[in-house]
Design a protein around this ligand. Sequence first.
Ligand code: ADP
Ligand code: MG
Ligand code: MG
Length: 886
Amino acid sequence: TKWVFQFREGSASMKELLGGKGANLAEMTKVGLPVPPGFTVTTEACRVFYAGGGVLPEGLLKQVFAAMQQLELQKGQIFGDRKQPLLVSVRSGSVTSMPGMMDTILNLGLNDDTVQGLAEVTNNPRFAYDCYRRLIQMYGNVVLGIDSYWFEQQLQRMKEANGFAEEREVTVEGWKSLIEQYKKLTEKHAGVPFPQNVYEQLEKAIEAVFLSWNNQRAIFYRKVHHIPDDQGTAVNIQTMVFGNMGDDCGTGVLFTRNPSTGDKALFGEFLSNAQGEDIVAGIRTPLPIGQLERELPSVFAQLAQTAELLERHYKDMQDIEFTVEKQKLYILQTRNGKRTAQAAVKIAVQLVREGILTKEEALQRIEVSHLDQLLHRAIDSSAEMDVLAVGLPASPGAATGQAVFDADTAEQWAKGGKRVILVRSETTPEDIHGVLAAEGVLTSRGGMTSHAAVVARGMGKPCVCGCESVRIDGSAFTVGERTVREGDWISIDGATGRVIHGSITLKEAEITPELAQLLDWADEVRELRVLTNADNPEDARRAREFGAQGIGLCRTEHMFFGSDRLPVVQSMIMAETAEERAKALAELLPMQQEDFEGMFRAMDGLPVTIRLLDPPLHEFLPNLEELLQRSIRLSVLEELGAAADAEDSALAGASEKEQLEQWIRKVRALHEANPMLGQRGCRLGIVFPEIYEMQVEAIFRAAAVCLSEGVRVVPEIMIPLVGHVNELRLMRQLIDRVVERILGEAGSGLAYKVGTMIEVPRAALTARQIAEQADFFSFGTNDLTQMTFGYSRDDAEGKFLTHYVEHKLLPHNPFQVLDTEGVGQLIAWATEKGRAVKPHLKAGVCGEHGGDKQSIFFCHEIGLDYVSCSPYRVPQARIAAAQARI
Ligand code: ADP
Ligand code: MG
Ligand code: MG
C-alpha cells in the first residue's frame, strides 16, 4: 500500500486520504505557492494503525524514510546530520478541520549534536537553542504525555531568576540552562530521556499524532460537531522554516475577509520573532496584520496577492497560516475559514456579487443551524451599561451570565441551569467543554485568532478576548479598583468588545440587508412553503417579518393560560352543571375572540390554522400536592384563628376550605395514569362539545369583525388527536353547524377549511378514510414520534433517550431530528394515501421538526406542501427549503 504522498503528488480533491491540511498543502504546492516541501502519511494509515491495536502499518516507516531522503536531496540537508541538519514539523491534519484539537511537533531532528550544527550554520546560537527547548517541550507533552504546566513553570522560573521579562529577552545561556532542566524534567516525569536518535523522534511523533485523534478534546469536538469517529487523521511531515530567527521573521494568521463581520478586508495577526504555536495559543498578544504592511511591505504585498489567489482558487474565504523567515514568505496552511453566521451570510452574498459563486452555491454555503446566532440577541444600546473594560470583539452577539473561572465549573453550573460566562486568561483546547457550556467567553490574553476566538466563532458563542485590563487571579478578576468574583453577573458584547458589570437586557435581532438578499434568493428556489407556529399576535407579526407565509399551528390552549383567563377556565372545568359551564364559557368567548382578531389582523391575507383545545384539562388546575399543602396551611390557620376571633374566621375558613376540598376532589377525578394518551384532543371536544363550540364561535365572530374591517381572513380549523375518521366527521359537523349559525347571523360568506392533525399512528394508517373528511393534514410530529416510538416525551430524555443517543442505538434524538425511517414513513404513506383520495389535499408538518434542516429536506423529498416552525426558525427554514431543492 502507498502510505505516503509527497506534497507534489497530491491535490485538494484528495481530502479523504490526505486530510484537509495535507490536501491543501499539496494543492498549494501545485499552484506554485511558496510551501516548504514535505509529505503526508495517509488517514488510511491511521485507520490501519488503530485496527492493529496501535501499531504502525507494515512498510510505513520504510516509505517515510524514503520520503525523508527525497526531502534531504531537495533541501541539501541531512536528517540527524550535525553539519547540515534537516528539521521537520510533524503535523496532524484530519479530514474535517478541528483547529487545535490534535497535536503538532515542530523542530524535530534536533538533539545535543545537531543543535550545535544549527547554531553554526545559521550563525545564530540563540535561535538554535530556542528551537531545541521548544522541541523538548512539545515532544515531552505530545509524545511522552507530560503536562505542559511543568515546562511552563520551569520557563517562568528561569526567566525570573535571570530577570527576563519576555521570552525574546532570553539569552542563549538562558535557553541552554532551560534545556538542561527540561531534560531532567522529562526523565523524571516520563521515566525515559528525551531521545537523541532523530529517527526515533520521528517514529514516536507519527504515532503520537495518530494517537492524538483520540485525545479527550478531539473526541469531544467531534461529538459537538458531528464528525465521524472513524475518519482518522493524516500526518504531515514538512521541512521547517523559521519565524524565530530575528525581527525580520515571524509567524502569522490571515483571514482573507473579516471572519467576525464578513467585511472584505484582510484580517489577521502577526507576531515577529516567534514560532507557530505562539500565535494561536495567545501567549503574547500579536499585532494586527496592518502593522506588517508598515514593517515588511514587500512581504505584505505578496501575502495580499496570495490571499486573493487562494480565495479565487477555493471560491471561499480562507484562513491562512504563514511564516516569514528573513523577509521571505512561506505558506503553511490554508482552509476555508470559520466564521460567524453574520460573516457567513455577508461573504456568501458578496461572493455572488463578485461573480465567484452562483446564487445556488451561495445558498448551499449557509450552515442553517448557525443562523440562530444572527437571529438572536444583541445589546440594547439604549440600556444603561456599566462598562468595566473593552477587549477585542472576537465573536459577535451579546451574553449575560455569572462569571466562572474554569471550564469544569462552567459545565457544572450550566448543568445546574445557570447561565455562565467563562473567564480565562486564555483558553486552551482543554477548555472546550467549558466554552460549550458557557453563554460567552472572556479572555484577558490572546488575539482575534486565539483558540478561544476560533472556537467561540465556530460554536456561535459571543467572545471578547485579549482584554488586558482584566487581571485574573484565581476565581476573581480585577479591573483597576474593581473586583468581579465567581458567581457575579457580567455581560459581554462580542460585537464591540465591551465587558459590562451586571446583567443587561438583550434586544431582539433584525434581518440584515445581506440576509434579506439571501432569503430572497432562497424564496426563488424553494418549493416548500414556510409557515409558523404562533399563539399570539406578537409572535405572528414577528414571524411575518421573518417571512412566514401564514400560521401553521396556533395552539389555543396557550391563550387559556393568560392570568385573566385562567380563573375563568378553571371555573369552567370546576362547573358541576351545564349552566355553570355555559356561564364560564360565555365569559371566555369574548376573550378568545379578541385573540383571534389579533391573529387574523397580523396575518392579513394569509392562512391562520387554529387548533382547537388539545391538552388534558387537569393541566389548567393546580397540582394535587399544592392543593393539599394549602389545605394543611388552612387547617393550621383555622386553629390559630379560632383562638383569636372564633366566629368570623371560622366562617371564612369554612367556605375557603370547602372550595379547596372541591378542587381536590376535581383534580383527583381528572387524574389519569397516562394523561398523554387520555382525555385530550378531540376526545375532549367530543365529550364536552360546548368547549369546541365556544372556540369555533369565537373564531368566526373574530373573522366576521375582521372581514368588516377589510382584513382578508383565511381561517383553517384543525382538530387534534384524531385516530378514527368518525371523530373527525363529528367535529366537522359541529364546526359547520356553528359557522352557519354565526356567519348566517353576520350575513357574509367566507371560505374556510377544516383539517386534522395526523399524530396518532392509526390516523396515518387510515389516511384514506380520514382524507374524505379533511381539507388538510398537519403532521404533528411531536406526538406522532411519541406514539410511534412509544416514548413519553416528558420522561424519555432524562431517563433513557440520552443514553440511547450516546451509545448510538439511535442516530439522533427523534424529537429533534425526524426519524425518517419510521415516523417519516408514516408521514409519506399518509400523504400518498390521502392524496389518492383528494389530489389537492394540503399536507405539512408542524412541531419542532418543522425548523430542523434534515427534517425539512425529508419533507421536501416526500412532496409535502409546507413546514411550520417557531418564528425564529422561519428564516432558517426558508434557506433549508431552498437547499433541499438545489
Ligand atoms: P494546528 O492544526 O493545531 O493548526 P499545525 O500543524 O497547523 O497545527 O501547526 C501549528 C503551527 O506550527 C502552524 O501554524 C505553523 O505556524 C507552525 N508550523 C507547522 N509546521 C511548520 C513548518 N514546517 N515550519 C514552520 N512552522 C511550522
Ligand atoms: Mg494550523
Ligand atoms: Mg399533539
